[in-house]
Design a protein around this ligand. Structure first.
Ligand code: ZN
Length: 139
């Protein structure tokens, strides 16, 4: 089945932090305020309870494994002064999760809709009933 919105388009839109469905609106109103729905097409960004776990895992993984761990390794191996490394990790542990929050949401939407592109509103078959997408009703 051909998709109206291809995976390549989904990738492009999500990398620009845009709605994967229409590509016309940002998914975040501010650095830490993710929209519930797209302001242009109305697609749910926060699909249902528990959907926020994905962005949290991505955010935590990026900060812990790509920032904190390397800095601590540099500190404990003597490349950086240990006090400097500990200070940097302390500062990074509070600032980077906030800075990456909207990007982690967009990355989560990217993963979700790359795996399940038919769940994107514009990719739904015309004959589909809303029972397939009952998360709309739960909010
Ligand atoms: Zn949209």
């Amino acid at each position: 089945m051909d998709l109206k919105i291809s995976r390549k388009t989904i990738l492009k839109r999500c990398l620009h932090l845009l709605c994967p469905n229409c590509g016309q609106a940002k998914i975040a109103r501010s650095l830490i305020d993710i929209s519930d729905k797209c302001s242009n097409c109305g697609m749910l960004i926060k699909r249902s309870n528990g959907f926020f776990i994905g962005p949290i895992c991505i955010n935590y993984g990026i900060v812990a494994f790509f920032l904190i761990c390397p800095t601590l390794i540099l500190g404990f191996s003597g490349v950086l002064h240990l006090n400097l490394a500990l200070t940097l990790t302390f500062i990074m542990s509070f600032t980077f999760p906030v800075l990456f929050y909207s990007a982690s949401w967009s990355f989560w939407l990217l993963i979700y809709y790359l795996c399940l592109p038919k769940e994107l509103y514009n990719n739904r078959p015309d004959s589909s009933d809303d029972l397939l997408f009952d998360e709309d009703e739960r909010l």
